[in-house]
Design a protein around this ligand. Structure first.
Ligand SMILES: NC(=O)c1ccc[n+]([C@@H]2O[C@H](COP(=O)([O-])OP(=O)(O)OC[C@H]3O[C@@H](n4cnc5c(N)ncnc54)[C@H](O)[C@@H]3O)[C@@H](O)[C@H]2O)c1
Ligand SMILES: Cc1cc2c(cc1C)N(C[C@H](O)[C@H](O)[C@H](O)COP(=O)(O)O)c1[nH]c(=O)[nH]c(=O)c1N2
Length: 165
């Protein structure tokens, strides 16, 4: 049975996911984009994955820098997600928030729910996307009353009951 893209996307729209801004900085410059395709892989060594469309303008920058920071958004940061998910010029995207420098040199969003600073350890290409396997070197968290989820093609705030950080 062959599944067309609309059927696939309609079904995937039912799979809720956290919203993240993925940033990088290094020899190829600074860049960032919004991603919901982010997943925990293993806790030893601590590793997550990010799926990045190879047609995105940011792809060569991530590919060359080999480091990134996954900034998981809280409720209230929807407009930042939209900025990093559109065709907005890169300087405008970064001007909309406050950033710190992570251990890898990648921009860390000052008030993200959690930030995972990573080296890209492995890349696997599947169809249109690259799966970036990322080994985490540092984690910073902030207490926040609500998390943010992308579900049914829109944002939803979720009450957080997270352990104290
Ligand atoms: N994994 C991704 O690349 C991904 C995920 C979410 C959103 N987006 C982008 O945001 C736009 C709006 O998304 P939407 O959720 O409002 O509606 P949509 O109908 O385009 O997508 C529905 C769901 O399908 C999946 N999806 C969408 N595009 C994909 C792609 N190219 N490869 C793999 N999975 C994909 C995602 O889970 C998404 O939430 C999309 O058209 C796409 O450009 C991309
Ligand atoms: C909620 C949501 C979720 C995602 C996206 C968008 C939005 C709004 N986008 C699309 C991505 O952010 C967009 O293509 C960026 O703007 C990068 O493209 P440019 O740099 O503008 O070419 C996206 N792209 C991707 O490669 N992987 C992903 O997981 C996601 N997830």
């Amino acid at each position: 049975m062959s599944i067309d893209s609309t059927t696939f996307r309609d079904a995937m729209a039912c799979v809720g996911a956290a919203v993240n801004i993925i940033t990088t900085d290094g020899p190829a410059g600074r860049a960032g984009f919004t991603a919901s395709a982010v997943c925990s892989v293993t806790d030893s060594p601590p590793t997550l994955l990010v799926c990045l469309n190879r047609s995105a303008s940011v792809w060569p920058v991530f590919s060359n820098n080999q480091a990134l920071c996954v900034n998981t958004l809280a409720a209230g940061q929807e407009s930042l997600s939209n900025l990093f998910g559109g065709k907005t010029p890169m300087d405008e995207r970064f001007a909309a928030a406050h950033w710190q420098q992570g251990e890898t040199g990648c921009p860390r969003l000052a008030n993200a729910l959690a930030s995972f600073d990573c080296h890209i350890s492995q890349v696997v290409s599947v169809g249109t996307h690259d799966i970036l396997f990322c080994q985490i070197v540092d984690i910073v968290r902030h207490p926040t009353p609500e998390g943010l989820v992308w579900f049914d093609r829109r944002y939803h705030a979720l009450p957080a009951n997270l352990p104290t950080v």
